[in-house]
Design a protein around this ligand. Structure first.
Ligand SMILES: [Mg+2]
Length: 221
């Protein structure tokens, strides 16, 4: 997909109502960063007779039936949607996410930016996060996140940190906002281990305490 990727109107509308802070900004993904996703999805597709082909970091083109026949793109998309519709309210929190984000919010503004398929699941997600002590603004997006992060950063003079598991989102933000500090966070150790090196990453991790310490160092918190 061409970069820089423009922000979609539905996302821009959500961003336009957020207060414009003067502190550093941390833009943080949810799935596989704040909430576990891969193991939940693996269980869901397993119950339907599918499995991951490998721990290469992608979903489309990486899921097959147990007899080895590859799941087509439509099947994968519909299983991902089905998973969120059934289980978005039950995903487990990644260890340390709530404490670390709350500590960082002492000196930085935090916005959660999620590509949650189907905007109708946003209230369920918000309520799950709030029950777990995470109550920062939540913005839903579609496609690569560069445009959305650039819109969130517009007019701010302090540093921007972007945390996401997805290589395409990290590349997109790098293309749209060259001075953003990029953190690749992949909670699942198997997928973290096989993630290809990405140009311009500040940190690659699955540990929230390490993430917090790193951000405090970058922002001087
Ligand atoms: Mg994610």
């Amino acid at each position: 997909m061409a970069e820089p990727h423009p922000v979609e109107p539905a996302t821009l509308t959500q961003i336009s109502v957020l207060p414009k802070g003067t502190r550093p900004l941390i833009v943080c993904d949810i799935d596989e960063v704040v909430l576990h996703f891969i193991p939940h999805l693996e269980e869901y597709i397993g119950q339907r007779g599918y499995r991951f082909d490998s721990h290469v970091y992608k979903l489309i083109g990486n899921i097959s039936a147990l007899d080895g026949s590859p799941a087509n793109d439509e099947t994968v998309r519909s299983m991902i949607q089905g998973f969120f519709d059934a289980h978005a309210g039950e995903q487990r929190l990644v260890d340390g996410a709530a404490d670390s984000l709350n500590a960082l919010s002492e000196f930085a503004d935090i916005v959660l930016l999620t590509n949650l398929p189907g905007g109708h699941n946003k209230p369920v997600r918000t309520s799950l996060l709030e029950r777990n002590g995470i109550s920062f603004p939540l913005v839903t997006n579609r496609g690569p996140k560069g445009g959305a992060v650039a819109a969130l950063a517009a007019g701010r003079r302090e540093g921007v940190i972007f945390i996401d598991d997805s290589p395409s989102n990290l590349r997109s933000v790098r293309a749209s906002l060259a001075n953003a500090v990029l953190i690749q966070f992949i909670a699942d150790a198997r997928f973290l281990a096989t993630a290809e090196p990405l140009e311009g990453l500040g940190l690659k991790t699955n540990d929230w305490h390490q993430t917090r310490t790193y951000i405090e160092g970058v922002l001087g918190g």
